[in-house]
Each structure stands twice: as structure tokens, then as C-alpha cells.
Design a protein around this ligand. Structure first.
Ligand code: PLP
Length: 419
């Protein structure tokens, strides 16, 4: 079957109004170097709908006040909005209770929190922690740090040429000394969706808790933490159309309860004397100091926005974009896709002959196309493929087929110029 025939078979979701969605994102009207912006760097950060921008602004213009401690009206309104966002997130990922939702500055802080509290308390010399070869640096370095401190061993699940976890290797490296597993749900540099339910099942058969790095999953896949049965789950607000500097750690209540606090300070205490301090109840035990209130409220609004469109509808639209892009990009001579897993989200990493990804990114920028080039904070993935970097186009709910055509046109021009 020819690629044209395949493209015509790729069905487009019918009731999905991408132009209406685009009109909600003011930045998409921007021109770059005189050309309309084609924003394909969504895996790095997504753009924000006007409702999120206005909500964060509304906090500063009509509710600005510190939360939890004030008896005055503004403080109560701000506290209510902040706690409402927690409930929205609880519902969005279907956790059992709102006290399982901890606000952090992002995925990175969420993972560090678990490494520095749960793992510092539970990992001993000679124990093992397992991660995969496709982790983002923020799901590698915190585990290296705690393993170094404890003289524990960090074990790596290898990936195959398609960029999929080799499950038999995972089964092989689990031992009675394995005390924690932390894996990425969706790879940011390959797009692979990992078989996390299977991983969790096997881990639990061996009484090992699992953390899921859901930074690249939460915006593409419906997440139900009860169904997944994960012990911890981390994500960042800015990847799901919310503000930067805000993120979430979900944890099962019994685990969170058993963990020592992460940071000490205001709001995380119940009573302080110079002799002894007792800690606040969950989730406040892990939220020391004045938090990113505008960020939390903005994230709540982003969750509303995504919920209204429907994560399933977004996933369908993005699958259409990924299938189309994968098909048309294959016609570019000398181009090789890095990451060809059967289960993928809308992330397309590639190398193009000997042309350096940095040159590709710079050239495309002059065409108005924003992609990401480099190692994507996954240097071990680059090592696995023996390359220094890739070019990565990543699609979001507001991208269009026309934008993919502009990307392809740009790549063809690059070939002409670079020969
Ligand atoms: N994990 C994955 C898979 C990511 O893609 C990223 C960011 O790109 C992170 C973790 C870190 O997220 P943040 O920088 O928002 O903490």
C-alpha cells in the first residue's frame, strides 16, 4: 500500500474543533521571523489557554492573600480556590482523597521528595532501586544521589531498538533486595508509552512500591491512579496547559503517612516548641512555606480546560497528527525516526543524515517552526542509539495537519540547502 493510500485511511476525528481550540490560545497568533508560529515543542512545555492566564491574573488582581492562616475574607477566598484546585486534580487522576495530592514545584521536585523522604527512610546498604534506560534526568539523578548516600545499587531496565522496555530484562533484574522502582510512563524523547500496569503488577507481587513519572503522560492519556495501582505519581502543571513552577505528587495515603517530612517550615507543622515539633496532617506535612498559589489555581483551571475538551478526544486528535506526521516524514530522504514503539504518544524524534539537529532547529525557526533539538535531558537514550542528539517535534491538542505540512516543507528545504 502506498503512503498516500495510508494517509487517506488515517481517520480524522470529526467533532473536534481544532480552530476553536486554537482561538483559546493567544500565543498561537504570534509571528516568528515574520511567519505564523508553528509551535511543535509541546513536550518541553505546552501553551496556555486564555482561561488559565486570566485565572492566575485574577488571583493577583482580586484575591491576592496568603492561604490557610488568615481569618480575613481575601485569605479565605484564596484558600478556597487553592483547595478547590486540589479537588479538581484528585478527580482528574481519580485518587481516593484530596489529602493524597501534594503540590510541588514540578515533576522534578515530586521525584526528589520521594527519594529524599520515603527512600532515605527505607533504603539500606546493599538494597536496589530500579529505573529504565529511557528516563529523563530528573528520574535518574535523584536515585543516583540516594543510592550513593546509602550504598545502594541503581539497576537499569534496558530498552530495545524500537525504544520499548525489555520486559523480560525487568523480570530478570528484580531481586529480594529491590526496594523501589521508578519508571517513566511516557518517554519525552521517544514517545513510548510504557506497560506501567504490568510493571506495577510484577513489582507489587514482590512488595515493591512504584513511582510513575507521568510528566509526559498526564496531558495525553487518561490517568486513574486507583486502576493503575501506582504508589506515587508525579507530574508538572506546565506540560498540561497550566503554569510553570507548579506540579503534583500523588501518593497512597498509607505511604505518605509513614514518610518523614521533606522540608521544614511554616504550614507543615502542628505545634512547634524548642523541645519538640509535631507535624501537620496530610497533605500539608509536605507543603512547607507559602506555596505557588497562583500556579495552583491556574493549574486547576487548566484541568478544567482539558476536562471540558476531554482527554480521550485530545488523545484521538493527537493520534491522528502522529500517524499523519510519521507517514509523511518517512518520505524525507535520509531521515530516521528514533523511537518507533508500537504504543506512542505524539512525540516524533528524528535524525536527518549528517545534519546536526541544532542546524535543523535553527533553520526551522526561521520558517516559524519551533521544535526542540538536543538530548532532551535523556543522555542515556542518546548513548543507547549512539547519537549526540535528535530533533523532536511534539504535537498538542491545538496542532493541525497544515502545521505538519509546514514542518515537512521546512525539512525538504533543509535538504536542498545542506545538500
Ligand atoms: N520527566 C519527564 C518525562 C519530562 O519530560 C520532564 C520534563 O521535560 C520531567 C520529568 C521534568 O519536568 P519538570 O522540569 O517540569 O520538573
Amino acid at each position: 500500500m502506498s503512503s498516500k493510500e495510508i494517509i487517506s485511511m488515517i481517520s480524522k476525528p470529526t467533532l473536534y474543533d481544532v480552530e476553536k481550540i486554537r482561538s483559546d490560545f493567544p500565543i498561537l497568533q504570534t509571528k516568528v521571523h515574520g511567519k505564523p508560529l508553528v509551535y511543535l515543542d509541546n513536550a518541553a512545555t505546552s501553551q496556555k489557554p486564555i482561561t488559565v492566564i486570566t485565572k492566575a491574573q485574577e488571583y493577583y488582581s482580586s484575591m491576592n492573600s496568603n492561604i490557610h492562616r488568615g481569618v480575613h475574607a481575601l485569605s479565605q477566598v484564596a484558600t478556597e480556590a487553592y483547595e478547590m484546585a486540589r479537588i479538581k486534580i484528585k478527580n482528574f487522576i481519580n485518587s481516593l482523597g484530596k489529602n493524597e495530592i501534594i503540590f510541588t514545584s514540578g515533576t522534578t521536585e515530586s521525584i526528589n521528595l520521594v527519594a529524599q523522604t520515603y527512600c532515605r527512610a527505607n533504603i539500606k546498604e546493599g538494597d536496589e532501586v530500579i529505573i529504565s534506560e529511557m528516563e529523563h534526568h530528573s528520574n535518574i539523578v535523584p536515585w543516583q544521589m540516594i543510592c550513593d548516600e546509602k550504598n545502594a545499587k541503581l539497576k537499569i531496565i534496558p530498552i530495545n531498538d524500537e525504544g520499548e522496555i525489555i520486559f523480560e530484562e525487568f523480570e530478570r533484574i528484580i531481586t529480594h533486595r529491590t526496594k523501589f522502582i521508578s519508571v517513566v510512563y511516557v518517554s519525552n524523547s521517544l514517545g513510548t508509552i510504557n506497560p506501567v500496569k504490568q510493571i506495577i503488577k510484577l513489582a507489587h507481587q514482590n512488595n515493591i512500591p512504584v513511582l510513575l513519572d507521568a510528566a509526559q503522560a498526564v496531558n495525553h492519556i487518561p490517568i486513574d491512579v486507583q486502576e493503575l495501582d501506582c504508589d506515587f505519581l508525579a507530574f508538572s502543571g506546565h506540560k498540561i496547559y497550566g503554569p510553570t513552577g507548579i506540579g503534583v505528587l500523588y501518593g497512597k495515603i498509607n505511604l505518605l503517612d509513614s514518610m518523614p517530612p521533606y522540608q521544614g517550615g511554616g504550614d507543615m507543622i502542628s505545634k512547634v516548641t524548642f523541645e519538640k515539633t509535631t507535624f501537620n496532617e496530610l497533605p500539608y506535612k509536605f507543603e512547607a512555606g507559602t506555596p505557588n498559589i497562583a500556579g495552583v489555581i491556574g493549574l486547576g483551571e487548566a484541568i478544567d480546560y482539558v476536562t471540558n475538551i476531554g482527554i480521550d478526544n485530545i488523545a484521538l486528535h493527537e493520534k491522528f497528527l502522529l500517524d499523519y506526521a510519521t507517514e509523511v516524514i518517512a518520505d524525507i530522504p535520509g531521515l530516521k525516526i528514533i523511537g518507533t514503539a508500537k504504543e506512542k504518544v505524539s512525540v516524533l524524534s528524528f535524525v536527518l543524515d549528517d545534519i546536526h539537529p541544532h542546524d535543523i532547529g535553527t533553520f526551522l525557526d526561521f520558517e516559524g517552526v519551533a521544535i526542540r533539538t538536543g538530548h532532551h535531558c535523556t543522555q542515556p537514550v542518546m548513548d543507547r542509539y549512539g547519537i549526540p542528539a535528535t530533533s523532536r517535534a511534539s504535537f498538542a491538542m491545538y496542532n493541525t495537519k497544515d502545521e505538519i505540512d509546514i514542518l515537512i516543507k521546512g525539512l525538504k528545504k533543509i535538504i536542498e540547502v545542506f545538500g
